[in-house]
Design a protein around this ligand. Structure first.
Ligand code: MG
Length: 498
């Protein structure tokens, strides 16, 4: 067999796997998937004459409060996202990709550690996220994705919203990143009550000076209040500069945009850019940013050795009306454990490695990126703790299914629901915000939906689901037996920490 490049190996394995799908059970598929994945990773470079195997670069682009239905390639009819659509058509688009929480801080902690936030104190039933008056943050003994990659020689840059603690010991530069440029918590915090309109009025025609949010460079305040009108553009410029400066050695770029979290801002060039008002302008600027990242990688000859992943931390903030996004066909949004709160767009792009033009209905979560990227980098997965992420490289490379069959839906420290394969069982439901958020409804037996047939979670299943529920209850018992919940970092006040 004559093989000319890695992409040929990937495509060969991909086609071979598709044939196997028709003939084998899932366990045998998984075994063969592992062999095929190894073939792509190991044989690909060695079969290319003169090619050297260099560790891949990674870029995670993380939107804030972007809904499942907000991109053209996820069905939005008026927001235009040509660069994300291109990523999808040249890469892999997920229809069942979940975050680990429906609000910022716990979701970001999970992305960075590959662990459910309930395991490391990054969730709470009293305060849903960290605030400027919080004294806690990501514990020092957690291993972040940046730390695991730094360990094997990666340069790591974070450009955007962190929200895992704003004190020096919690900032990105104390957690594996060489460079940090961004805001330490949400862009609606540090509200100045004596500037601008009162209450929610300030959001409808927002000005940067209504919020005293700091923009940080490393551990120093670079600008305060942050000029949010140019923040998407400036994160992008810093990230592309970092890519160019580190093109000769492996790098990890984490680009967690502050947008489209309210208050909404976009650069002057994007005013009136979309047919969907201010919110659409903001998404179209994020899409422009994605295009800048992709074209920088292409210009520098890095595209074929860089895996770019786009997703969001949680669903759309629906109480903000047309300043919030859309969960498309999914139920509800940010703040709750209906799918609209936690199922996100997920797009992976890696020319020559990820076979293009694929849509997958396999399950995956943001926590899976930690073990997937660390394994692809040749790094070490911590073996002294429970990891909730699982290596989805077979799914990315087109050599096999996702190993994931189960997703946990936590709200604070409470396990509200479990999805196993197509079945989702709610043990408790609760509204996202407002008066509804105070009412917890318990379901015993659980409220069950078949998401393959009813992704909007509208019609509870009343028969034929007994086996699925039995399995989910077994999964819950096993999961809870191994769970230890430490004190919450989100409940530590600032004065105690200093
Ligand atoms: Mg968010």
């Amino acid at each position: 067999m004559i093989v000319t490049d890695q992409s040929t190996v990937a495509h060969f394995c991909c086609v071979f796997y598709d044939v196997l799908l028709l003939t084998l059970g899932r366990n045998r598929q998984m075994k063969i998937a592992r062999i095929l994945t190894l073939a792509v990773l190991l044989l690909g470079p060695s079969l290319v004459s003169g090619a050297e195997s260099t560790p891949p670069n990674f870029v995670i682009i993380f939107a804030d409060d972007l809904g499942y239905g907000d991109l053209t390639c996820y069905g939005h009819e008026s927001i235009q996202t040509p660069n994300l659509d291109r990523m999808a058509s040249e890469g892999l688009r997920f229809t069942q990709f979940y975050s680990a929480a429906s609000v910022c801080t716990p979701s970001r902690a999970a992305l960075m550690t590959g662990r459910l936030p309930v395991r490391n104190g990054m969730s709470s039933d009293k305060r849903r996220v960290l605030f400027p008056n919080s004294g806690g943050g990501i514990p020092a003994d957690e291993v972040t994705l940046a730390e695991a990659l730094q360990e094997v020689g990666y340069s790591c840059g974070c450009f955007g919203k962190w929200h895992l603690g704003h004190l020096p010991q919690f900032l990105p530069t104390s957690n594996g990143f060489d460079t940090y440029f961004g805001i330490p918590y949400s862009n609606d915090m540090d509200r100045l009550n004596d500037v601008g309109p009162k209450g929610r009025e300030a959001f409808w025609d927002p000005k940067s000076e209504y919020w005293n949010v700091p923009l940080m460079q490393g551990q120093e305040i670079h600008e305060r209040p942050a000029d949010q009108t140019t923040i998407t553009r400036r994160y992008t410029e810093a990230a592309t500069r970092f890519i160019r400066e580190h093109k000769d050695s492996p790098f990890f770029v984490y680009l967690p945009h502050s947008m489209p979290h309210v208050p909404l801002f976009r650069s002057p060039e994007f005013e009136g850019h979309s047919k969907r008002g201010l919110y659409g302008d903001v998404i179209e600027e994020i899409d422009w940013s994605v295009g800048q990242i992709l074209s920088t990688l292409e210009e520098e000859g890095l595209a074929k050795n860089t895996c770019v992943f786009f997703t969001s931390d949680n669903g759309p903030w629906l109480i903000f009306g047309d300043h919030g996004g859309s969960a498309g066909p999914l139920r509800d949004g940010k703040g709750c454990t209906w799918d609209g709160g936690m199922r996100e767009p997920g797009i992976a792009w890696w020319p020559g490695k990820i076979p293009g033009g694929r849509v997958t209905n396999e399950l995956a979560t943001s926590m899976d990126l930690f073990p997937t990227f660390v394994t692809l980098a040749g790094g070490k997965i911590p073996d002294d703790r429970i990891l909730d992420g699982t290596d989805i490289s077979p799914l990315l490379l087109g050599t096999g299914p996702s190993p994931r069959e189960t997703v946990y839906f936590y709200r604070g420290t409470r396990l509200m629901a479990i999805r196993h394969q197509d079945w989702k069982a709610h043990f408790m439901t609760q509204g996202a915000y407002g008066a509804e958020a105070g009412k917890v409804e318990k379901h015993d037996p659980p409220l069950v939906f078949n998401l393959k047939e009813d992704q909007g979670e509208q019609d509870p299943v009343t028969s034929g689901h007994e086996e699925a529920v039995k399995k989910i209850l077994e999964i819950r018992a096993e999961h809870e037996a191994a769970l230890e919940i430490p004190p919450s970092q989100l409940e530590i006040p600032l004065r105690e920490a200093s």
